[in-house]
Write a protein that binds this ligand. Structure first.
Ligand code: BGC
Length: 550
């Protein structure tokens, strides 16, 4: 299936051919031929000198890996009822024991010859109660940063990765009955509490920059903020568990506005407080944000569609999820009704992004046939719901079980090119790419294919400066608990032993040689069928969770 052009015009006339190719089952994702693919050494994420550089890395997030993380909203949201929890989804519990084992885990990165580690610092550990700082937790992360630097691994710190201390927006008191108090600020999007949370996030970012800025230069304010706001404040699937999607204009958009304001406030705080150039590139702090990017395909009645209504629906969804947030913080504007035209000015947001992380896992259909999402008037293929938007995978082996989507390798190239075209001069990094699988070959295929697509995008002129595999080791996959496996190292959740998968071996070899050689490309690369995942039906109608579960 070839990609549907973004907007009507000359390209639209090519559509029938594109759809025909798709219908013939072509796996053509562009010329990914065999031949060595090499990568220069790691460099600055922002400066002109860093253009052409490339870092290999792996990523994690604190809540997903850290044991005994009691002050997070996830602990309360998922905790058993007998212990005062809400038991809304599988209990996070000990996660991967990544707090206790943090220093030992540095070895795993070293074994793979990685240049950088992207991890998050748990706000709930640093500030378990409002304005009470836990110096022990600061020491813990400080030791981790020292251990990374001693191993020659550059730290990239995410400030917010899907979790809060409970006092930010307590899942046990969603109505926030007493209004904002020190025990519950009522969260983003609350008319009084929202600005308080933004101020607290900036204060927290400032503290991190003051304590770690002498050794850390690369900061990501938010991880996948649009997905987070949707899951936590739109659909109630993540803590705090608010369902605002259907009160789009009055409640959901104000939450997004607050989130963008908090990015700008954190960026400003970091730039003021981090004055030490730790990596010698002439810049003390490089502030970015990481965004989930999805290859949306116009669809109707379970088929790819060239109906202009579906193409326009795809464009609207892409605008809302990809462009609106980034336009806002680059230009200092906000499109409060998501109609494509910015209608608020926020000069203090402007220019608060030095680099952008893109995180890619799948492609999925979106149709205009059903107006399931308010304001945007469309229905994406989502979770176990199929309102006609879900389409067949190009090959059944591309289906990713448990997650319920299609891993379509060339989508990464196409999305990088879109971002690079829309934001020339903004350095990009693939801060997450990976696959849910228990099969080592499939993870190795994901590593090699991801690098091939990044290589294509670089050859096409995109300024992509690195790739972080998600994830370093198996961990807590949020509302889905521990069934999904994303680790380069698999974790035995009874002994917490880490064992390298074939993905770790292959990435390690690539990072050591700084190239993907012919033999790896022949064995794992390309766009053809992948090694099958046991348990996936031979010919699923779509990769949607409902179809894969049959
Ligand atoms: C998130 C991770 C998550 C991964 C795999 C990304 O959306 O940043 O926290 O585990 O995808 O689903």
């Amino acid at each position: 299936m070839t990609r549907t052009p973004r907007s009507p015009g000359v390209l639209l006339r090519l559509l029938p051919l594109a759809v025909l190719l798709g219908a013939c089952g072509s796996l053509d994702g562009g010329p990914v031929g065999v031949g060595g693919l090499s990568f220069a050494k790691s460099g600055s994420i922002v400066t002109d000198d860093g253009r052409g550089s490339f870092r290999f890395g792996a990523a994690t997030a604190a809540t997903q890996i850290e044991d005994d993380n009691r002050n997070t909203d996830w602990w309360v949201f998922t905790g058993p009822k007998e212990q005062g929890g809400l038991a809304k989804s599988p209990f996070v519990g000990e996660a991967s024991r990544g707090y206790t084992l943090a220093i030992e885990d540095v070895k795993l990165l070293q074994e793979m010859h990685l240049d950088s580690y992207r991890f998050s610092i748990e706000w709930a550990r640093i500030e378990p109660r409002r304005d009470v700082i836990d110096e022990e937790a600061i020491r813990h992360y400080s030791d981790l940063i020292d251990a990374l630097l001693a191993a020659g691994i550059k730290p990239m710190v995410t400030i917010h990765h899907f979790s809060n201390p409970t006092w930010v927006d307590d899942p046990r008191d969603l109505a926030c009955t007493d209004g904002p108090t020190d025990r519950n600020l009522c969260g983003l999007g609350h008319p009084v509490g929202g600005p308080l949370v933004i101020a607290e996030m900036a204060e927290h970012a400032r503290l991190l920059a003051e304590r770690f800025g002498d050794r850390v230069d690369e900061w990501g304010t938010w991880n996948e903020p649009m997905n987070y706001v949707l899951a936590a404040y739109g659909l109630g699937a993540f803590p705090p568990g608010k369902n605002r999607l259907f009160n789009f204009i009055d409640e959901f958009l104000p939450t997004i506005r607050d989130m963008l304001a908090s990015h700008a406030a954190m960026a400003k705080a970091i730039r003021e407080a981090d004055r030490r150039d730790a990596d010698g590139d002439g810049r003390p702090a490089d502030v970015g944000l990481t965004l989930a990017v999805i290859d949306w395909v116009p669809s109707r009645d379970g088929q790819p569609s060239d109906d202009p209504a579906d193409v326009a629906a795809r464009d609207r969804l892409e605008y809302a999820l990809h462009w609106l947030p980034i336009d806002s913080i680059r230009n200092g504007t906000f499109d409060a009704n998501a109609d494509g035209v910015p209608d608020e000015q926020h000069p203090d947001w402007q220019g608060t992004l030095d680099w952008l992380g893109v995180q890619y896992y799948f492609r999925g259909g979106v149709t205009a046939a059903v107006a399931a999402v308010p304001v945007l008037d469309l229905a994406p293929c989502f979770d176990a719901f199929d309102l006609g938007a879900c389409i067949a995978p190009a090959d059944p082996t591309f289906c990713v079980p448990v997650m319920g989507y299609e891993y379509w390798a060339p989508g990464l190239h196409d999305l990088i090119m879109d971002f690079s075209g829309r934001y020339p001069g903004l350095p990009l990094v693939v801060t997450e790419a990976g696959i849910q699988t228990r099969v080592g070959e499939r993870r190795a295929e994901n590593v090699v294919r991801t690098l091939e697509q990044i290589g294509r995008a670089r050859a096409d002129g995109a300024d992509v400066r690195g790739y972080y595999h998600w994830s370093l080791y198996d961990n807590f996959e949020w509302a889905l608990g521990y069934e999904p496996r994303f680790g380069l190292y698999s974790v035995d959740f009874t002994t917490y032993e880490r064992t390298p998968t074939m993905g770790a071996e292959v990435l390690g070899r690539i990072a050591e040689e700084r190239s993907v050689d012919d033999s790896l490309r022949e064995r794992f690369g390309g766009t053809g069928p992948m090694t099958p995942e046991p348990g996936v039906p031979e010919n699923p109608r779509t990769c949607n969770r409902a179809d894969l579960a049959k």
